[in-house]
Design a protein around this ligand. Structure first.
Ligand code: ADP
Length: 300
């Protein structure tokens, strides 16, 4: 049995319905989306847990119910009466989606306050999965300790998987973001960046430059996603590429990267080669972007 611990922030999502002015409540967030797809792809002989923090209000209760219904383990999610969960609203304006976020009171920002909680959650885990958003929401001191715990987990034989998921709005400055992202990359065994974002913030000229930077930081495997363009796989000092299937009817690219990560990781856990796993990631992401929303049940 493989036990995967995904670490980060899940939020309440208010998504517009077909009736103008009305919204449907759901739950989403990059690391949770990946956990959700992993849970659906992996059989019951594997375990997928989520590590975060929530409040004690009813929105937090509903979030935990949602995770439990999805069979994602919630035993290590801390609860605090002083906080709640983050929220975002999706607005549609002539077909264009825009997002407004309320995450200042999100308990997830405190997830690394107490080292022992994360250390306990990692006990018996084989894989820890986190993202650039996970580190962006942490205060600097907590972030440093959080990354030190992941480094120790990796040193003890665990696999640390990181999606940089660059979100400049969550950082004070470009320098804060890029230095923290590379600090996180340094504790990771597998890095799963998306070239377009990386090119913008790190100035990478191509996917190979992105892969080389993450490999140099310490990852043994780097997969560089690039929307519809070819995926670059840098593993065991060799570089290969794979073209995702062309999709004419892209409906919504939300969670393309998150679902790709899940398809890839589930395949790796089940013994696939890097190439097979990248293909599995691309197939799942390809199905997810043919439908609206982050969590597409019929894609799995
Ligand atoms: P992110 O959501 O992190 O920005 P990408 O946009 O790079 O990630 O997409 C992740 C994966 O989703 C790609 O590697 C590819 O497999 C698939 N994908 C995304 N957009 C498309 C598209 N337009 N056509 C086909 N596949 C796509």
């Amino acid at each position: 049995m493989t036990r995967i611990l995904a670490i980060g922030e899940c939020m309440v999502e208010m998504a517009p319905t077909d009736v103008a002015g009305t919204y449907k409540m759901g739950f989403a967030g990059d690391t949770m989306n990946t956990a959700w797809y992993l849970r659906r792809l992996l059989g019951t002989d594997h375990q997928v847990d989520y590590f975060s923090a929530v409040g004690t209000d009813s929105a937090s209760d509903q979030m935990l119910d949602f995770l439990e219904e999805a069979s994602i383990g919630t035993d290590h999610i801390a609860r605090s009466p002083n906080w709640t969960v983050g929220l975002y609203i999706i607005q549609l304006n002539e077909g264009e989606r825009s997002f407004s976020y309320w995450r200042g009171q999100s308990a997830a920002r405190t997830l690394a306050q107490d080292d022992t909680l994360l250390e306990n959650a990692l006990m018996g885990a084989d894989v820890a999965f986190f993202s650039g958003i996970t580190v962006a929401i942490l205060p600097k001191g907590d972030r440093d300790r959080f990354l030190a715990i992941l480094a120790a987990f990796k040193a003890a034989g665990g696999t640390v998987v990181f999606d940089p998921n660059l979100r400049p709005k969550l950082w004070k400055s470009k320098e804060d973001m890029t230095s923290a992202i590379m600090q996180a990359a340094a504790v990771s065994s597998i890095s799963l960046p998306s070239h377009e974002d990386e090119a913008e913030w790190f100035g990478d000229t191509d996917s190979l430059a992105t892969a080389a930077r993450y490999a140099k930081a310490g990852a043994r495997t780097v997969l560089v996603k690039n929307g519809p363009a070819e995926i670059l796989i840098h593993a065991d000092n060799t570089v290969t590429t794979l073209s995702p299937e062309k999709i004419a009817a892209v409906v919504d690219t939300t969670a393309a990267g998150d679902s790709f990560n899940a398809g890839y990781l589930a395949a790796i856990v089940q013994g696939a080669s890097e190439m097979e796993a990248a293909a599995a990631g691309a197939v799942l992401a390809g199905k997810v972007i043919r439908s609206r929303g982050a969590l597409v049940a019929k894609a799995t």
